[in-house]
Design a protein around this ligand. Structure first.
Ligand code: SF4
Length: 197
């Protein structure tokens, strides 16, 4: 496992990222339950309204078996005490989305660049697609930005809480009446070759 810290100069948080590698076969055997997570996705209001979310028209089992290794990338967004204390209950949800979306976009740009470096690789994002205000799936039209649209681990059926806990040593925390001490984003990078550096 590798750790590094990145201090955000503009906003009141610090990013702490770590990585771990697992073979896809082992990852599927121990962290994958497509039926269970598909049922949970059905309860979300985004279900069937984004091309990045289920239901999918392709076979997910075959799709993930195209790869040999999963590099799990965990990013802890550690919030400053002042931000936590000063954010009012009614602003918690807005603040959460603002921070998560800002960090997600930065991470997604970086992880997509890795796809250019490693042939037959795939980026997986830490949530559903953020590209458009309204997804073209709502009007039954094809995705308009397939070059940057990617799926998430949970949407394919992987257990992200267990992944974070067992592979990254991170317990996920969520905002409730106040902001949590930290948020966690779990991205992944699937490859057919090992990454040396
Ligand atoms: S890029 Fe746009 S059209 Fe494609 S999945 Fe994302 S929101 Fe939908």
């Amino acid at each position: 496992m590798i750790n590094f810290l990145m201090k955000n100069e503009i906003c009141d948080y610090t990013l702490k990222t770590n990585f771990n590698k697992i073979e896809i076969k082992e990852y599927i055997d121990n962290y994958y339950d497509r039926v269970k997570f598909h049922e949970l996705c059905k309860k979300c209001d985004k279900y069937g309204t984004l091309w990045s979310c289920p239901p999918y028209s392709f076979n997910v089992d075959d799709y993930i078996k195209n790869y040999k290794y999963a590099y799990i990338i965990g990013t802890k967004i550690i919030l400053d005490d002042k931000l936590i204390k000063e954010t009012k209950k009614e602003d918690v949800i807005d603040c959460t989305y603002k921070i998560l979306n800002e960090v997600r976009k930065r991470l997604e740009k970086m992880i997509l660049e890795l796809e250019n470096k490693y042939a037959n690789s795939l980026s997986l994002y830490a949530g559903s697609c953020l590209n458009c205000n309204v997804c073209t799936r709502t009007v039954n039209k094809p995705c308009i930005q397939p070059e940057t649209m990617r799926y998430s681990l949970e949407s394919l059926g992987f257990d992200v809480s267990k992944t974070a806990f067992k592979l990254l040593n991170i317990e996920l925390k969520w905002a409730k009446d106040s902001l949590p001490e930290y948020f966690t984003l779990v991205n992944a990078f699937f490859t057919n070759t090992e990454i040396e550096d």
